[in-house]
Structure formats: C-alpha cells, structure tokens
Design a protein around this ligand. Structure first.
Ligand code: EPU
Length: 348
C-alpha cells in the first residue's frame, strides 16, 4: 500500500476544490484498512474517510491521513422466491450497484439511479430521491472502528436514519469506516412513481413502469436539471429541505399561495390525527429561487440555472467562496421567509 504525501484532493471531490491532503492512501481491502489503522506512524494522526467525495466541501488543506475507500465487490448473500439480499463493498460506486440491481430486475433502488458517490457514503446521509430513501431497502452495514480497528455490524435501527440523517452524522461521526452495506431487494417489486416528474417522464418515453424504465426515467430527469460534476463542480443539493409547522406553513401560504410543500412523515413529533401538529417540508430550491439566486453567478461560484439548490464551482472556486455564497443565500431566505436552511453537504 502506498501512502502519498501532500496530494491534491481536486480529483477526489466532485466540487473540484483544490486542497491538499497531508497523507493519502487508497485502501482496497479490509486487511489493508486494518493494517493502516494499526500502523504506529499514523496512530495519532486524524483520519478522514473519503468515498466518492460527492457530499463534501473542503475549505482548507486536510492535515490528516485521508483514507480513500476502494473496497469493492457485489455479492448475493441470501435469496428466496421474493427477495434477494445483496452485500456490496463500500467502495463501489453507488450507481454501479443500482445498475447491477436494474440489470437483474431486482427492485427497490431504481429511483435512486445516478446519485453520485459511493455505496459506503449512502447510509451516512440516508440518500434519497424521487420518493425513495435508502433506509427502505437497507438491512445492515459493517464498519471498522477507527481507534480500535474492531469490526461492528449496525442493523437498520442502530443507524437512526432520518431525512438525510444517520448516526454517522452525529454520535458515530468520524468514528467508523463503513466497509460493506447489505440491501434487501425485491423480486416482485412495487413501483414508486408517485413523484410527479417520474409519471410525466414515463409518458414522454411512452414506457410502462418497470425497474428498467423507472431507472431510465430518473436518469433522464436528473440529467435534465442536475449539473454533471465531471463538467461543473458541485455536490448535488447543498442544503436540506427545511421543515416548518402548520402555523408557519399557513402564514407562508397566505403570503405565497403557490408555495410547494411535501408531507414529511418523518417528524418525531408528528401526530397524524392532529392537524395542528402537521409538519411541512418546503423545497429549499424554490425558496432560493424566490430570493433571486437561481442561475446567479458570484465570482467563481453560483446557484445552478436549472436547480437553485445546487451550488456550483465554475472553475477555480475555493471552499471559502462557496461557503460565503451559501451564507448569503441562507441570509436572503431567512430575511424573506423567516426560514432557516441548513447545509446537507459536509463542510471540512
Ligand atoms: N424548485 C424550484 N426552483 C428550483 C428547484 C426546485 O422552484 O430551482 C421546486 C420545484 O419546482 C419543485 C420542488 O422545488 O416544486 C422540488 O424540486 P425537485 O423535485 O428538484 O426536488 P428538491 O426537493 O429540490 C430533492 C433532493 C434531491 C433529489 C430530488 C428528487 C434534497 C435536499 N434534495 O430536491 O437530492 O434528487 O428531491 O427527489 O432533499 C441531493 O441530495 O443531492 C439531491 C439532488
């Protein structure tokens, strides 16, 4: 295993930010990972785990050992007439796993087609798109504790999944390296085309809802409005969609009658029989667009022309420039709507 010194991380983050890592190692197996974690040279040095680098914004050089997780392999570990349990190495590209499932007609993750990043990063923020979240097919993951190099299995409940949330963004943050993820996929899938854009896209394609067509529809929708990180640096949605209570929502609705909103279904305080406790998720992209930021360029950065929620690097932006833009956008949204929008991307 080679440990590189002072390596530029530009090719390793989809924002394309040029910072350097003090030490950098590609890790291809659990054995290599355990070797490096128990190496006395690196014992006291902080570690940063990098997968696809698609949900991170670097604002400074990384004075740490960056471990680039490349542990691969997709295998069926169990199956019956209805389900197949698939374990994937954390270093697989998420979309390669989706394409494997689509090719074999295993249902459950087709709506999550084309999400950038690695399989190991998927549970960190419970990736979600077009009406589906990872947690719906997630069974368990295996992880290595960075300090002790011990292996631990986290079952679904232990991961504490929420909207773009998991234990790995909170109490377990920076403590574990995910090495594999196991999903339960369906051989007799129930399709989820409830997200309006999918139905429309299927009609445009003149196609029936099935695993392959839904995947293709999602790819078409994403390609239509999300910038390709290979061409223009970005990390997908920069902010999470905020949640407001019924009272706040009614106030906003009276001021802005066209305001879009989703039923949340994931507020711990939500009581379905009590309308006053209803929570409403608002699309941050809409709020940002209403403040005039959509398509606006500020120096090397900006809010994307087709999806205001995505902040982009037009070339040589620094992490600080992107953070400065994010702060201005947060302030505008706060002033206009009295709503806080919080970053979804991990800022380092
Ligand atoms: N909208 C605007 N202006 C914009 C963007 C969106 O008015 O510039 C409005 C749309 O018209 C629509 C609503 O906002 O009424 C929702 O837009 P969209 O369907 O694009 O979804 P989103 O809520 O903005 C979320 C996820 C995306 C995911 C899509 C589709 C978050 C933070 N983002 O975006 O995830 O692809 O739904 O399910 O939840 C990501 O996490 O990186 C990501 C791209």
């Amino acid at each position: 295993m080679t440990i590189q010194k002072n390596l530029s991380l530009k090719p390793y983050n989809t924002f394309g930010i040029d910072v350097s890592a003090a030490h950098f190692a590609d890790v291809f197996s659990v054995e290599e990972l355990k070797t490096i974690l128990s190496d006395a040279t690196f014992h006291k040095i902080p570690k940063l785990i990098l997968g696809g680098g698609s949900n991170v914004l670097f604002t400074k050089n990384v004075d740490a050992l960056v471990i680039h997780n490349q542990i691969k392999g997709i295998e069926i570990i169990k199956e019956d007439d209805d389900y197949v349990f698939i374990r994937s190495g954390a270093g697989e590209a998420w979309n390669d796993l989706v394409m494997y499932a689509v090719a074999h007609n295993y249902g459950g993750i087709e709506n999550l087609s084309l999400i950038p990043g690695s399989v190991g990063a998927a549970p960190m923020q419970n990736i979600g798109a077009y009406g589906v979240e990872l947690k719906e097919t997630f069974v368990e993951l295996e992880a290595i504790h960075i300090e002790t190099a011990e292996q631990k299995t986290f079952v679904k409940e232990e991961c504490k999944f929420g909207y773009r949330e998991s234990i790995f963004k909170h109490e377990a943050k920076g403590k574990y390296i995910i090495i594999s993820v196991t999903l339960q996929l369906n051989k007799n899938p129930v399709f989820n085309t409830s997200y309006g854009a999918i139905e429309q896209e299927l009609q445009k394609m003149n196609a029936q809802p099935n695993i392959k067509n839904i995947s293709e529809a999602v790819c078409n929708i994403r390609r239509g409005k999300l910038p390709d990180p290979a061409k223009i640096g970005n990390a997908g949605s920069f902010f999470k969609n905020p949640t407001v209570n019924q009272e706040k929502f009614e106030k906003l609705k009276s001021q802005y009658p066209t305001i879009p909103n989703y039923a949340t279904g994931n507020s711990s305080t939500q009581q379905p029989n009590n309308p006053t406790s209803q929570q409403h998720k608002l699309p941050a992209g809409w709020l940002i667009e209403q403040c005039g930021w959509k398509g606006k360029r500020v120096g090397n950065t900006g809010s994307h022309k087709d999806q205001a929620l995505v902040l982009v690097n037009y070339g040589n932006a620094t992490g600080e420039e992107i953070i400065a833009l994010a702060k201005q956008i947060q302030q505008s949204v706060k002033e206009k709507f009295e709503v806080d929008i919080l970053p979804e991307v991990n800022v380092y």
